[in-house]
Design a protein around this ligand. Structure first.
Ligand SMILES: [Fe+2]
Length: 262
C-alpha cells in the first residue's frame, strides 16, 4: 500500500515527538504492508513548514528505516495566503515527491467563497488538488454539493483511514460512506500522528473497504491512486468507481433478504 499522508517526522509538528517514536511509526507502517510512506508535516500558522529541514529529517529516517519502505516528502498544505504565494513560486517544495499533487487542508471554521479560484491559481501552475479529510470537516459535511462540484472540476478527495473505522465519530463515518457511495472519494490515507490514537495502519482501512465495498475499490484507494500521486501520474478514473458502486449489504440485510426470498 501507499500512504500519502502522515506526520511521522519527529519534532516538527503535532506528530511524532522523538526519533524513536518516528522510527516506530515507520516500522509499524512497514510491518502492516505500507511500501511507500509520505511525510506530510503541517504547513499552517501554528507549524512552519521548512522543506530543507524536512529533507534533512527524511534522510535520517531513511538511514534507519527498513529496506522495504520508501519515504517521500510532501506537506499538509493549509489554504492561506502565504502558503499559496510560496507554492506558486516553488511548487515542488510543497507537492508530493516534488511532482504535481498537493495535499490541501481547509479550515474547520470557514470555507472561503473563492476557494475554487485559489485552487485554480495553483492548478494553473501545474498542481493538482487532493483535499484531505473532508469527512472530518463539519462545514463540508453540510455541503456535499460543493464536494460534488469540486470533484467534477477535477479535484480529488482523501478520506482518513481511522474515519472508516469509526474513530472520528459517527458523523465522519457516515459522511465517508456517503462519499464512497457516490464515487467522491479517491484516496484513503492514515494521517498518522502517533502509534496509538492515530497510527499508520492503512491495512485496517483496506480490510474495511474490502469487506464493506470491494477489494477492487480498496486497491484503487489504498494502492493504485496513491501510487499515481507519488509518481505524479494522472488517475485513471475511466471506470471509477468500480461496479458495484453500492456498498455490500449488511449481515442483517442479507439475512432479512434471504427470509423474504424463502
Ligand atoms: Fe494531516
Amino acid at each position: 500500500m501507499v500512504d500519502i499522508h502522515s506526520h511521522f517526522l519527529p519534532g516538527i509538528d503535532d506528530g511524532a515527538q522523538s526519533a524513536e517514536q518516528s522510527m516506530s511509526m515507520v516500522q509499524m507502517a512497514w510491518r502492516h504492508g505500507t511500501k511507500i510512506l509520505v511525510a506530510s508535516p503541517h504547513a499552517d500558522v501554528q507549524f512552519r513548514y521548512d522543506p530543507d529541514n524536512v529533507d534533512r529529517l527524511l534522510d535520517e529516517a531513511r538511514a534507519a528505516a527498513p529496506a522495504g519502505i520508501r519515504l517521500v516528502r510532501a506537506c499538509d498544505f493549509h489554504l492561506m495566503a502565504d502558503n499559496i504565494e510560496a507554492a506558486l513560486h516553488h511548487p515542488a517544495r510543497y507537492t508530493i515527491d516534488g511532482k504535481c499533487y498537493l495535499l490541501m487542508e481547509l479550515s474547520d471554521l470557514t470555507i472561503f467563497a473563492n476557494t475554487s479560484d485559489l485552487w485554480s491559481r495553483l492548478e494553473d501552475a501545474g498542481m493538482r488538488i487532493i483535499l484531505t479529510h473532508p469527512e472530518r470537516n463539519p462545514l463540508l459535511r453540510q455541503r456535499i454539493e460543493l464536494i460534488e462540484q469540486w470533484v467534477s472540476q477535477g479535484r480529488y478527495m482523501q478520506l482518513t483511514a481511522s474515519s472508516l473505522l469509526g474513530l472520528f465519530g459517527p458523523k465522519a463515518l457516515a459522511f465517508s460512506r456517503l462519499l464512497l457511495d457516490r464515487g467522491l472519494a479517491h484516496f484513503v490515507a492514515s494521517d498518522a500522528h502517533d502509534l496509538r490514537s492515530r497510527p499508520p495502519r492503512l491495512d485496517l482501512a483496506y480490510q474495511w473497504l474490502s469487506s464493506h465495498y470491494s477489494e477492487e475499490l480498496a486497491r484503487l484507494l489504498c494502492v493504485d491512486h496513491p501510487l499515481a500521486a507519488v509518481d505524479g501520474a494522472p488517475l485513471d478514473l475511466s471506470s471509477f468507481p468500480p461496479s458495484p458502486a453500492s456498498p455490500k449489504p449488511s449481515f442483517l440485510r442479507r439475512l432479512l433478504g434471504r427470509r423474504s426470498d424463502s
